[in-house]
Design a protein around this ligand. Sequence first.
Ligand code: HEM
Length: 419
Amino acid sequence: MAAPDSNSKLLFSLDSYHVTAELGFILPDPLEELPPYYQPWMDIALRVPELVDSHELRFHINEMPLLSSQFLQKHRELRLAHLALSVMTMGYAWQEGENDTVKMLPHNLAVPYWEVSQRLGLPPILTHADAVLANWKKKDPQGPFDMENLELLFSLPGGDSVRGFFMVTLLVELAAVPGLRNIPVVINGVRCGDTEAVATALDAVCQSLQDMTDALKLMQAYVEPSVFYGIMRIYLSGWKDNPCMPKGLVYEGVRAEPMEFSGGSAAQSSLLHCFDELLGVKHEAKSGAFLTRMRNYMPPAHRQLIQDISSRPSLKSFVQQQASERLHQAFQHCVTKLLALRSYHINVVSRFITVPAARARQLRHQRQELEAEVISRAPAALEERGTGGSGIMTFLKTVRDQTKDALLPEMSKETIPHS
Ligand code: HEM
């Protein structure tokens, strides 16, 4: 480590952003237990899939005692409580599918959920920060961080595919960590004009983006598209721009008017927001507004990191000013890998949403087969919509195309320095 100097305070570091060198945005060692007082929450939250299946979850939640949130103190306790209350809330809202939704979350769930959410700066709905970042444990604590050795703390209806979906997403988060660690190196290198340091750090970002794409490829091995589309997806849906819950949801004892919140999505992962800001990807108005809104679904420290990266001097301008082919190439490779990640993600969305949606529509026209297929249980209202309520593919392709625009024009012969 460099000796502290008068500039050290100006150096950018990840220390104050709830980001660790080993796990990035992933919550290290999530707690598995709350203080015994909160056992009534845990007893129900751990059984959400089976209680939804037997249509008893709403009954159990209605009977649950009203507990005070004041005995939750540490950050990890609050995160576990938010996760448990979120899983219960999603099960409560969607227990009977799209046709028998509720208008109100009962006060014994809504009041402590609201308080815990306020203390964490998270919305009172299941977010990526809950379901992925804080929802894991290692079977063998000394063992590796991989699919075989990881399990969920809480699940939702959908069996092994739920585990696959959240755990593969967790592995994408893990794959990004070296890239994330190198963001301060890039920023500090730009600040002191160190072309070589910036280029080397960008190589690490580039490698992480490739590793993230490779991790995303595991989705097809661990998640069954018909289960994702027909069963799981509704439990990740929110009550904003959702025709099944057009007015949103009343949090009883919190506010008399209904409130609207978007459902859980990896658009709430801070990773791509950070890399976009670093590389200078500028989003078009509508998709940009959705992505910006998703930042309100992130832990405040992570949101702040994105903000602080965006307010640093432009990396892209630095690369353009330096006229170094090595740096130019490193930057171009990063944008190209980010583009490839987004293109592959579009493939995934096609496999897990577009194709099963078409199949579900077909089945709806052949009503006699309806009983037979899991897929046909999918909520019709979610067919064409993303969490943001716009056409999913249009949104994702716009975001991808804007990424392409971050590429630099190829260097002309005159600007390439002779070595
Ligand atoms: C079966 C797997 C997946 C499906 C079906 C899926 C689906 C979607 C959908 C429908 C959207 C549109 C916005 C929304 O509705 O919230 C979206 C956005 C997004 N997803 Fe996924 N996703 C999957 C896995 C992942 C994973 C593992 C990641 C990586 C962390 C990821 C990262 C993103 C990002 C960053 C966005 C925002 C758009 C962008 O920045 O390109 N997704 N996803």
